[in-house]
Design a protein around this ligand. Structure first.
Ligand code: MGD
Ligand code: MGD
Ligand code: SF4
Ligand code: MO
Length: 750
């Protein structure tokens, strides 16, 4: 089957006929918004626009917020000059307005109190009371244990503001699920190999690739804007796409190179590819001779890993294994094995990523056009006159690095372990400060989290919505949405150096406030004035803009500005490039891992087998939602209200279940799903697995739309495989069976 752009998902596609998934979804979200927007817009000239970057996911697409004369937001549109957006937003970004209009939003600070009957409840308070309460508690914890015993859990734009606050206070105990539940393993695996991590956006030069290989990575359902656009371009240009996935994903359905793998066996496949590249002599010899270290050890290591060996483990046809790697090699060096993003699968994840990195090295992809580019960025200066941060007595490193030597930032689950009453008192965490992460839905092992929570003397949650975690807080602080606030600029690495600016398009609703304001107010209460010589974030941004040769005025006009960068993004032919590793080379054999006591070369070890009557429980994304944060969004809710469980029709027959039946799931540890889930019988999933989209099954009754719709995969993830290198939580070694009768869960557990 020849793949064309039309067949593939198109973010640009809502005007084109026949556009699949994204196209139609985007069209309908636009319609929903237009219908609900009051007043008729005659033309765009009636509208004014302000710049932002999208916060519906973490791709951070540069966008314009269009408003009418009355100041009502009419639409959100991608910034044409932004390399993340390229003039378009994905369906979720287009529906971002729903974050602002959601009627269930948090609009007032709340403190947990006991009511007359002795039951716990929340009372609405003024900001000053909430902030004083938090500052007093933080000081009390400091006195009793030391301030280092407070942990910060963060994600998204609010993160930077609270990290700054905590550093000013002398605490460096922060972590985000975007590392230990997401990209951590690939960062560790690629760092060990190339001396630099991957980062976001992933620097895969897909728009110039002749062959792109996806391991799991379900682009098209995973809807990162320019990522999807680049894959579309590559397909248009005739690039080959290789997809390794037990499920016929949207992208797998568009290529002849779908390798339906038995879950958890990817390392065997990757080792056989390395074997074939080396022993069939189809690797990039010149590149490897010049830049790589440890080729001979690697060659010896993979000598028995033939396609037939891998076939027996992965259940993939050996000819398909060979054809795929020949296709990759033919296109090299414009051939890339995408590093993936959500990579915490089976606990052997850093080693799987190492194997992927090694294949990229053998193809000569790193530093090559169509392979992996080296991103550039515009640095933004610090605000002047701020003193150095105080030195904490201990940080996340003290409780992490002896166990997980490859961890480069805080590990959420390590901090949760340290929050248990049984943890050594010297480093025991006694308070949680949580901002922009849904925590109890994002980190597995709910039982442990609940236990750790009991040991906390303060839990603060900063959120825009009454999510599950807010129900456990002592203090809930309502942040306003990204459409109502300033934040630091987006200025991460990419092909060109760009800075994206966000300013408020509308006033914050109710009593909600921006994270920078909340953090600063807490800082002032804690006596940290010297770290806050500015009154508002706009001053900081104005200063930064001046220093880099622009201005607030210009940034308001441009939204996204491009800066000159003299750093090349590719390695020049024959260049004596030094990699940031111990040997200065690409380490096929990792000297770092050897020194740390980890396997210097990736090994395959079998993962748990499924037991009869149970199925591998695998999960992923739907294009119209981000994690668990958008299910209550009025526009996106309309597009997808609940998740379904994908079951092979033959399995359906055995169980006598039909499409649209509602069933409950029970996992290997007897945990039963909180709600029922709708059955979707499909040949696109094999006989040994079932599949659901993450983010549904909300248990917070304050989410009037999302409550009880579908099931929450996190609840059923109780068998956790910890990655020995960086501490990530492998979440795919779980199995479920079906309950066709209502197990009568009386009350929602959370
Ligand atoms: N619409 C939307 N897009 C998103 C997000 C979102 O919430 N919504 N989130 C963003 C974020 S932060 C991330 S990290 C990414 C996540 O998206 P990805 O990085 O693409 O996540 P993966 O886990 O690699 O992909 C899930 C796929 O892995 C397959 N799979 C399951 N088990 C195995 C296995 O053992 N081997 C192989 N080879 N495949 C397997 C599943 O069938 C599924 O198709 O998506 C990003 N994009
Ligand atoms: N079971 C399971 N667990 C997973 C995954 C999975 O697929 N399955 N995916 C993993 C991955 S890849 C990742 S990256 C993580 C992501 O995990 P999280 O970082 O926890 O992401 P979300 O679930 O989107 O939670 C974001 C929270 O921030 C709130 N929020 C949204 N906007 C704002 C804002 O502007 N300000 C503030 N203060 N709050 C805001 C939302 O209401 C929500 O409560 O989850 C990981 N955990
Ligand atoms: S990919 Fe979509 S949701 Fe994510 S930032 Fe871009 S437009 Fe927003
Ligand atoms: Mo992620």
């Amino acid at each position: 089957m020849k793949t064309t752009r039309r067949q593939f998902i198109k973010i640009s596609g809502f005007t084109a006929a026949g556009a699949v998934v994204a196209g139609s979804v985007l069209g309908s979200v636009q319609k929903v918004i237009e219908k609900s927007a009051q007043g008729n817009i005659t033309s765009d000239s009636d509208l004014t626009r302000t710049p932002t970057y999208c916060e519906v996911c973490f791709w951070k697409c540069g966008a314009w917020v269009y408003k009418d004369k009355k100041g009502n937001i009419k639409k959100l549109v991608g910034n044409a000059n932004d390399q993340h957006a390229r003039g378009k937003l994905c369906p979720r970004g287009t529906g971002g307005l729903g974050m602002y209009t959601d009627k269930d939003r948090l609009l007032k600070p709340k403190i947990r109190v006991k009511n007359a009957k002795g039951n716990e409840t929340f009372k609405d308070v003024e900001w000053d009371e909430a902030i004083s309460y938090i500052a007093d508690k933080m000081e009390a914890i400091d006195k009793k244990y030391g301030k280092e015993h407070i942990a910060l859990f963060i994600h998204g734009a609010p993160a930077a503001h609270f990290e700054y606050l905590f550093k000013s206070y002398g605490v460096e105990n922060s972590a985000e699920p975007a590392y230990a539940q997401c990209a951590g393993p690939r960062e560790a695996g690629f760092f060990a190999t190339f001396g630099s991590g991957v980062g976001s956006p992933e620097p895969a030069d897909m728009q110039n690739s002749k062959c792109i290989t996806f391991i799991g990575n379900h682009v098209g359902e995973n809807m990162h804007n320019s990522f999807v656009q680049e894959v579309s371009t590559a397909i248009d240009n005739g690039a080959s796409i290789i997809v390794v996935d037990p499920r016929l994903s949207t992208i797998a359905a568009k290529t002849k190179f779908w390798l339906p793998i038995k879950p958890g066996t990817d390392i065997a496949l990757l080792l056989s590819w390395i074997h074939i590249l080396i022993y069939d002599n189809i690797y990039n010899k010149e590149y490897v001779d010049k830049y790589a270290y440890g080729f001979d050890q690697l060659k010896e290591h993979v000598k028995n890993y033939t396609a037939e060996w891998a076939s027996a483990i992965t259940t993939i046809d050996p000819n398909l294994i060979r054809d795929a790697v020949y296709e990759m090699a033919k296109a090299a060096p414009a051939s890339v094995v995408h590093p993936g993003r959500h990579t915490t699968w089976y606990g052997d994840d850093t080693q799987r990523e190492r194997a992927m990195a090694i294949i990229n090295a053998l193809l000569g992809a790193y530093g090559s056009r169509g392979g992996i580019y080296m991103g550039v960025k515009q640095k933004l200066p610090e605000y002047p006159g701020v003193p150095a941060f105080p030195e904490p007595k201990w940080t996340w490193k003290e409780i992490t690095k002896d166990k997980f030597k490859g961890a480069s930032v805080g590990v959420t689950n390590v901090l949760i372990d340290a929050s248990l009453a049984t943890y050594e008192p010297e480093h025991q965490i006694k308070a949680w400060f949580i901002a922009g992460t849904s925590f109890i839905n994002s980190i597995p092992d709910k039982k442990k989290i609940l236990k750790a929570m009991e040991n906390q003397e303060l839990i603060v949650v900063v959120d825009t919505m009454p999510m599950e975690m807010t129900g456990y807080a002592d203090v809930v602080l309502p942040e306003c949405t990204y459409l109502e606030r300033h934040d630091y600029c987006r200025a991460g690495k990419n092909r060109i150096a760009q800075v994206a600016y966000r300013e408020p398009a509308v006033e914050p609703k109710g009593d909600s406030k921006p994270a920078w304001w909340i953090a600063r107010e807490i800082g002032l209460k804690l006596g940290l004035e010297k770290y806050y010589p500015w009154q508002n974030l706009e001053e900081v941004l104005a200063y930064q803009f001046e220093q880099i040769g622009t201005s607030l005025k210009e940034m308001k006009k441009l939204g996204v500005k491009t800066f000159e960068s003299s750093d090349p993004i590719y390695i020049a032919p024959g260049e004596d490039y030094q990699f940031n590793t111990n040997t200065g080379k690409i380490e096929l054999y990792s000297t770092d891992f050897e020194a740390m006591g980890y396997d210097p070369l990736p090994k395959y070890t079998p993962n748990e087998e499924v037991t009869p009557g149970f199925y591998h429980f695998i999960y992923g994304r739907v294009p119209m939602h981000t994690f668990g944060r958008t299910q209550n969004n009025p526009y996106l809710y309309e597009l997808k209200k609940e998740n379904e469980i994908w079951i092979n029709p033959k399995i359906g027959k055995i169980w006598d279940i039909k499409n649209d039946d509602m069933i409950w799931l029970k996992n290997q540890d007897e945990v039963i799903s909180n709600f029922a889930i709708k059955v979707r019988l499909t040949e696109r999933i094999g006989l040994d697995s079932v599949y659901v989209a993450h983010g549904f099954g909300h248990t917070s009754k304050f989410l009037s739309k999302a409550f009880g719709k579908g099931i929450n995969d996190s609840e059923l993830i109780t068998n956790i495989k910890i990655d020995p290198v960086m501490g990530g939580t492998g979440m795919r070694a779980n199995f479920v069976t079906f309950l066709t009768e209502n197990p009568k869960i009386e009350e929602v557990k959370s």
